[in-house]
Design a protein around this ligand. Sequence first.
Ligand code: HEM
Ligand code: 2DC
Length: 469
Amino acid sequence: APRPFNQVPGEWRAGWLNLYRFWQEGGLSNLHLIMARKFRQFGPIYREKLGVYESVNIISPGDAAALFQAEGALPERFRVPPWVAYRDFRNKPYGVLLKTGEPWRSERLLLNREALAPDAIPALVPPLSAVGEDFVRRARAQASQSGRGSWSGDFSQELFRFALESVCHVLYGQRLGLLQDFVQPEAQRFIEAVARMFHTTAPMLYLPPALLRRLNTRTWRDHVQAWDAIFAQADKCIQSVYQELRLRRRSAQEHVGILGNLILRHKLPLEHIRASVTEMMAGGVDTTSMTLQWAMLELARAPNVQEQLRAEVLAAKREAGGDRERMLKSTRLLKAAIKETLRLHPVAVTLQRYITHEVILQDYRIPPGTLVQVGLYAMGRDPAVFPRPEQFLPQRWLAAGPKHFQGLGFGFGPRQCLGRRIAELEMQLFLMHILENFKIETMRAVEIGTKFDLILIPDKPIQLTLRPL
Ligand code: HEM
Ligand code: 2DC
């Protein structure tokens, strides 16, 4: 018979003491490393309590499968307390990120049709490809201006702008012009606000929302300011699209963006979708840009893989006559390279679900209501799941053998990442354009580690060189 819940190994009796220890160890920026260590210490399942939040943590794809098979029709993940607290504090509605139950499901289904469904691909590819082409144009200009014939540096800021330009183009059907020499200060402020929002979330992650507001700490005030800036800037974009639709009566046949479609096709009142559109705009900046930086670093360090990818892209281009949507159908290795990047460098340190009925994990009975976390970072580097985990080998995703619940970078099921399609297409098209035009090199042999800043990010600047082919 399965073992009882209270035999699950781990430290779950003294939540506040654990939180204090965790904090002392620098657990905040090393959450991913601490988790990996706990799996080594306790084995493939452990129970933990930090502050008031208790969870069961798992690492194996088989257990992840059992978890997601039991998630039901209205899956819920850990609701990041400071994000909830901000909306309650300002009396703002929740978007899909924080909604629960039936209201989450009905809004999510509508958003899926415009942002995630396979039907949405034809409308997403041209705007995303256009932004990728702009990046190439800018990189070429920078390379010729440099005097060295190539463009070198830390591309974080450039990629933030690329990512914001991309997500705004598909959301609003408008260009911001962020890949020109002059960047609107408003857009720059938005980018900074998103980074500040993530950064100030981490230290408040395990404190209950009510406590956060009462503490009125520096971190809480900065967090509120960051969200205020995010909402204000998103509102400007949303209002301007809305006015244009009303005044010019743009028709649904034109490229009106996801927001335009939601209003025109689904007759959604602006108030209902404003919060979710804001979440998508904010969610589209650091996620894809950091992943692309990691991908370029890995490709710079593995020149053979880079050559294979380039050969695949150039062959696909010849075959498809430059039709990007068709090219995407024959670039399997490119897609595998993105999966491989997210294996080593996931954006989300864990996936989480509250289970609604009992689930058996590692032969323990886990009761309903438990928060179960899949240690995504730890799984990606577990040699039992991925042989020679430290090696960047996109091919491993194309080889024979089970890949069941191994590629979970965007989560799983009805609650998976809403921006997944946008992110995947944006990153595939970006890398296609880069590989067609540049050799990616890295300047120095510096060891780059990972830091938890709510999302996982590089712990030091990544220096890259783009050399025109
Ligand atoms: C949720 C990863 C880009 C918007 C998530 C989740 C993950 C994730 C792991 C939780 C899924 C789950 O619980 O099963 C990523 C990665 C990205 C990325 C790896 C890029 C490399 C984006 C982009 C957007 C976005 C570009 C916006 C366009 C969202 C939203 C949710 C979400 C709104 C919450 C959905 C819901 O609760 O219904 N993402 N994301 N993400 N993501 Fe992303
Ligand atoms: C952070 O312990 C660590 O995609 C916590 O685009 C558990 C946790 C819960 C939810 C996760 C979060 C972690 C990391 C960031 C994620 C978030 C869900 C969505 C969000 C993964 C793992 C993200 C980055 C969204 C953010 C949209 C936002 C800017 C409006």
